[in-house]
Write a protein that binds this ligand. Structure first.
Ligand code: GLN
Length: 507
């Protein structure tokens, strides 16, 4: 078995089951590893005492025959999920000064299901929460540089960004601080940091994971998902964290899913050597533009060749409105954000300006002080596109195009089962390199936004390295509720290759 800090969720679960170590021992070990690498900036909060108490409870559950497959395995949550305080003992900030020190009275559904469980439901998975992970402020960003609490470093090159907005999650898993983490993806925030840090991440179909207790950015797009080393680990976590939740009106009403079993389900007619026989993988020509960096293109082609070897057939398809997904997303997401962030007014919770005049002045000062520049930019854009006189020209047009983008995917799925391409046009860039030009980051979201706008499930799967020996991710997009098929293809690739096992030096 590899060292505890780089073992998979599966291996750690097996070790706990066999009694090779206890959850308390494992938790202590990872807490120490985390403390040694605090300089990465991946964690915003750690609560050792609470983690050890959860680990102890997990060991008791195991001793009394009540453990599930994940009981006692540590993880950490993107700090966009609320965590009950004082029970879990962890504050929630969403990467914003606006929520500095905020203590939630309840756990997000995803957190509860992975942990102790929801009141009135069967016990949760019993995983141990080590802490909360850094992210872009209110999940707005692609590099984690918009966090009010400092940047996160990419473990593969400490001069580079880990991607965003779930940058802390990706960096923590890549550095072995945790075997898995939660993330959220509105326009790519699970897939892109997973790609930049060489780990595996899946954004499920919109509605698969409850948004209850996820600090809202753009509610029609926000979706939670797991980030881990392998597709198999992601499948285990996704099974535990997903499922219908009456507290989220957009939660998909369907029975609990065993994504791990779906992942292992052999394809009809497939063979051991060619597990993907009969699988048609569509390559949209718009995902391979001339401007795509040669190193990323090369790594993605390499991974596609592997999938072909495993029996998949590659077919040419088209997503003609790919480029339009950038303006469409950057109208719809800010519009929803401007509405969602209206609640941060200094009255009910969060930051309140210390010095202020009347109520209006209090609102103004509170919001001026509490929000960072990118969040303010989006509130202004969102308010503008929703305002009388511009609504039809921008917001309504964007909504119409969003529908057409979703329809384009359905046309593709007539010809293929999965869609593949790069996650991002380049490898991770240098910290500070974008010099505060938001447009550059927006443009780099081109390959993740279409699937988000359509509400489709998408994955990032490690596909080797590109320039500067930085990781490159292969993106796989499935049709609605086809997470099992996505995970199956990614798992087959990971059984045949070892890109997902590569580790950054020094961790
Ligand atoms: N990079 C995109 C943005 O800045 C996506 C973020 C996300 O998925 N949360 O909005």
């Amino acid at each position: 078995m590899p060292s505890m800090e780089h073992a998979s969720v599966e291996a750690l679960a097996l070790g706990l089951q066999r009694g090779d170590f206890s959850s308390v021992e494992l938790t202590r070990h990872l807490l120490a590893h985390q403390a040694r690498h605090a300089g990465l900036g991946a964690f915003l909060a750690v609560n050792e005492a609470a983690a050890l108490a959860q680990a102890q409870a997990a060991d008791v559950r195991r001793a009394t025959g009540q453990a599930g497959p994940l009981t006692g395995v540590p993880l950490a949550h993107k700090d966009i999920f609320v965590t009950a305080y004082p029970e879990g003992g962890l504050p929630t900030t969403a990467g914003s000064k606006m929520l500095a020190g905020y203590q939630s009275p309840f756990d997000a559904t995803v957190v509860a299901r992975l942990g102790a469980g929801l009141p009135g439901e069967a016990p949760g998975a019993g995983m141990v929460t080590l802490g909360k992970l850094n992210c872009d402020e209110f999940a707005m960003g692609s590099a984690n540089e918009n966090s009010a609490f400092g940047a996160v470093k990419n473990p593969w090159d400490l001069q580079r960004v880990p991607g965003g907005s779930s940058g802390g999650s990706a960096a923590a898993v890549a550095a072995g601080l945790v075997p898995a983490a939660t993330g959220t993806d509105t326009g790519g925030s699970i897939r892109q940091p997973a790609s930049f840090c060489g780990i595996t991440g899946i954004k499920p179909t919109y509605g698969v994971c409850s948004r209850y207790g996820m600090v809202a950015f753009a509610s029609s797009l926000d979706q939670a998902g797991p980030m881990a080393r392998s597709a198999a680990d992601c499948a285990l976590l996704l099974s535990a964290m997903s499922g219908f939740d009456p507290r989220d009106a957009t939660s998909a009403e369907r029975p609990p899913q065993d994504f791990h079993a779906q992942m292992l389900q052999p394809r009809a007619g497939a063979t051991a050597a060619q597990p993907l026989l009969g699988l048609r993988i569509g390559l949209p020509k718009e995902f391979f533009p001339a401007a795509l960096a040669a190193d990323v293109h090369g790594a993605v082609r390499n991974a596609l060749a592997q999938l072909e070897k495993l029996g998949a057939a590659l077919v040419d398809v088209s997503l003609p409105r790919t480029e339009l997904s950038i303006p469409v997303y950057y109208i719809i997401a800010p519009a929803e954000a401007s509405s969602n962030l209206g609640r941060f007014d200094g009255v009910k919770f969060g930051h309140r300006a210390a010095q202020h005049g009347d109520l209006l002045d209090m609102y103004k000062k509170t919001r001026s002080e509490g929000f960072g520049p990118e969040v303010k930019r989006r509130i202004m854009i969102g308010t503008y596109v929703l305002s009388h006189g511009y609504y039809d020209a921008y917001y309504l047009q964007a909504q119409k195009l969003r529908r057409m983008i979703a329809d384009d995917f359905q046309a593709c799925f007539q010809q293929c089962d999965l869609i593949a391409g790069p996650v991002a046009p380049t490898v991770a860039w240098k910290l500070g390199e974008q010099g505060g030009d938001p447009l550059q980051a927006y443009l780099a979201d081109i390959f993740t936004l279409p699937g988000s706008l359509a509400g489709l499930p998408g994955m990032s799967v490690p596909a080797g390295t590109g320039a500067h020996a930085m990781p490159v991710g292969l993106q796989l997009i499935g049709n609605y509720f086809q997470e099992g098929q996505l995970l199956h293809a990614a798992h087959a690739l990971q059984q045949a290759t070892d890109w997902h096992l590569a580790r950054p030096a020094g961790f």
